[in-house]
Design a protein around this ligand. Structure first.
Ligand code: 5GP
Length: 193
């Protein structure tokens, strides 16, 4: 998606450690007109799929998922990060390793909000090593629901997540795929799609 690529080139900041900061428009301050265009693009990309629910993960995925949901006319469920070690039978849970915070945390979704009748589109802001997505896919599968597609705003194509998730046979679309980025020059190269 050219609009997103141009914005990343203009306002994205490449940090050491393979981190791309996009906090002025995507995940701290949010540009809602850009979000709207992203939502429309997700709708176009997944138009052939029967989707009745969008699943994301707190916090950065929620805004993108909510704006996109208006184009699908479906509810959004977000996986919550949980401190509790006493997980009861009312939730599905999985462990996720955070790429940016370098720690493990548990995420949960109530069994009330996802079940075998659901056809789920998973949406998140970034795809790096794929850990967050693997966790979300596991939650959907534990619920007996189906993953109809996965929509990502920014995939870092030089990390392994995209390959892992596509090798699982998932219908994954990323709006922008960063092929390479250089913290010393700030240069960002996108994959042609
Ligand atoms: P993964 O689980 O695929 O390794 O990482 C995905 C999660 O880590 C995303 O939900 C996102 O919040 C965060 N993340 C990974 N890489 C970056 C990055 O370069 N910049 C930002 N802002 N977040 C990232």
């Amino acid at each position: 998606m050219k609009l997103l690529e141009e914005r990343i080139r203009k306002d994205g900041v490449v940090k050491e450690g393979n981190v791309l900061k996009v906090d002025s428009f995507l995940n701290h301050q949010l540009d809602i007109s850009l979000y709207n265009e992203m939502g429309k693009e997700f709708k176009r990309l997944f138009a052939d799929r029967k989707i009745n629910k969008i699943l994301t993960i707190e916090a950065s995925g929620i805004g993108i998922a909510c704006v996109a949901a208006q184009y699908f006319d479906v509810p959004v469920v977000f996986a919550k990060k949980s401190q509790s070690i006493n997980i009861d039978g009312t939730v599905y849970s999985t462990m996720i390793t955070s790429f940016t915070h370098k720690r493990d945390y548990q995420v949960i979704v109530s069994k009330k909000f996802i079940g075998p009748e659901d056809h789920v589109l998973i949406i998140d802001d970034f795809l790096a090593n794929g850990c967050a997505l693997k966790g979300l896919i596991e939650l959907v599968e534990d619920a007996g629901a189906s993953v109809e597609g996965i929509g990502i705003a920014v995939e870092k194509g030089f990390q392994e997540g995209g390959r892992i998730i596509r090798d699982m046979g998932m219908n994954l679309h990323s709006l922008a795929i960063v092929e390479s980025m250089d913290a010393s020059t700030g240069e960002i190269v996108f994959r042609e799609q």
